[in-house]
Design a protein around this ligand. Structure first.
Ligand SMILES: Cc1cc2nc3c(=O)[nH]c(=O)nc-3n(C[C@H](O)[C@H](O)[C@H](O)COP(=O)(O)OP(=O)(O)OC[C@H]3O[C@@H](n4cnc5c(N)ncnc54)[C@H](O)[C@@H]3O)c2cc1C
Length: 408
């Protein structure tokens, strides 16, 4: 920043709503990029800001106490207001409403993330758990330690990771999934099908086509009349953007209740940005709007937001999406985004510990799923970035490094 820009910026106030990864990284990125105005980070949770992925892994098993970010907010001049709910925003007044009164801003970042979808009728039933927050993980720790009989509702990413931890802890686990396979919302049938065996290998029972009718203390009832004993029930049926507080703001929301951001992560209101799990953005690379509920997006997006707030070098957000999951002793990684019609190419045998699936669109790699093949993943990110065309036969050969599969 030039001295003149620093002088002007010094009087500016950036307020960030939500103190998860996206909010924290927005604050840090502003400082890293030389922003000298005030930065206020407001978060509903009372805890020091923390990272979520360890919650379903080390924290759950008691291998880590917590996962607080190792950031010195005071030294960075970032004001933390924790345990404070943001209740609304009035863009015309450049004011945010909180439980402690209004807060004025020059630029506002919406980073309120997502909240887990609740199982209808299960609210208030003793022994029913979600897994989104540190408090949730702390409530679940004794459940694992006491080796309860657990029913997991939903065989998605969280369901799989929780099942892994619960089996490690010695719980007996039944997973009920309404679809015909795990990860039905994320992966095509032929790719997800081999993953069903992972549950059995870990000693968990996966019941597909299984719909929960009701939950009572100590039991889950399926709609075919089956009664599953349950010392605890863990619901992992997805998450939706935490945007109810924006209902009267006039800020445009999408069909999935997410904030509609543009390519610079600006919302429909002036000086208001949105980033992380709460917002979708138009992907130039994929030609469609993406709503990404993964950690990497909550790290990358904030750099764009900070650059655009500072305004020196306006920046467009067009990442190659990436995420990982640790389940059943496997490291599962995914890069990119596929669409119906992309050509699917297997690279290895899915009954073995390490295999990869590639998706090609017009000959170029659009997405890749790697199980225990991190090198494929690392090379795929670069290949997707460069839109290089791949030779399908070479791509299918797991003995050939993916980067050598580029068509000549
Ligand atoms: C258990 C678990 C494990 C995960 N593991 C992985 C993984 O292995 N790999 C991966 O890629 N991704 C993983 N994720 C996803 C990843 O953690 C999220 O994508 C990431 O945390 C999103 O960050 P965020 O800041 O956008 O949202 P959040 O982390 O949801 O943070 C938003 C914050 O805003 C606060 N907030 C909400 N509403 C308000 C309000 N009105 N006022 C004030 N504050 C508010 C919330 O309390 C929250 O603290 C996991 C998620 C969970 C829950």
């Amino acid at each position: 920043m030039s001295d003149e820009q620093k002088r002007v910026a010094a009087g500016r106030r950036v307020v960030i709503a939500g103190a998860g990864m996206a909010g924290v990284q927005s604050a840090v990125a502003l400082r890293e990029q030389g922003f000298t105005g005030t930065v206020t980070l407001i978060g509903a949770e009372p805890h020091q800001p923390y990272d979520r992925p360890p919650l379903s892994k080390a924290v759950l098993l008691g291998k880590a106490e917590g996962s607080a970010f190792d950031i010195d907010f005071e030294a960075l001049g970032i004001e933390l207001r924790l345990g404070l709910d943001v209740t609304g925003v009035r863009p015309a007044d450049h004011e945010l409403d909180t439980e402690a009164g209004p807060v004025g801003y020059d630029s506002l970042v919406l980073a309120t993330g997502a909240e887990p979808i609740r199982l209808p009728g299960s609210e208030g039933v003793p022994g029913v758990h979600l897994l989104r927050t540190l408090d949730d993980a702390e409530r679940l720790r004794p459940v694992l330690a006491e080796q309860h009989e657990v029913v997991v509702v939903g065989a998605g990413w969280i369901g799989a990771e929780f099942t892994t931890a619960a089996r490690d802890a010695g719980c007996s686990v039944t997973v009920v999934e309404a679809a015909d396979r795990p990860l039905a919302g994320a992966l095509p049938a032929e790719v997800a099908a081999p993953m069903a065996a992972w549950y059995a290998d870990a000693g968990a029972e996966l019941r597909t086509h299984a719909r929960v009718e009701r939950v009572e203390p100590g039991a889950v009832f399926l709609d075919d009349g089956t009664r599953l004993p349950a010392g605890a029930v863990v619901v992992g049926i997805g998450a939706r953007p935490a945007t109810a507080w924006l209902a009267d703001s006039g800020i445009a929301l999408g069909a999935r209740r997410e904030v509609l951001a543009d390519a610079r992560l600006r919302t429909s209101a002036p000086d208001v940005y949105a980033v992380g799990d709460c917002a979708s953005f138009p992907s130039g690379r994929y030609g469609e709007r993406l709503l990404v509920h993964h950690w990497d997006n909550a790290i990358q997006g904030p750099r764009t937001v900070a650059a655009n707030i500072i305004g020196e070098s306006p920046s467009v957000y067009d990442p190659v999406p990436y995420f990982w999951s640790e389940q059943f002793g496997r490291f599962v990684q995914f890069a990119g985004h596929y669409a119906l019609g992309d050509e699917l190419i297997w690279r290895g045998d899915p009954t073995t510990p390490a295999w990869t699936v590639c998706w090609l669109r017009d000959g170029a790699l659009s997405a890749l799923l790697a199980v225990g093949r991190p090198r494929d993943l690392a090379q795929a990110r670069k290949l997707i970035e460069s839109a290089a065309r791949l030779d399908p036969a070479l791509t299918a050969d797991p003995a050939i490094p993916l980067k050598r599969a580029v068509a000549s």
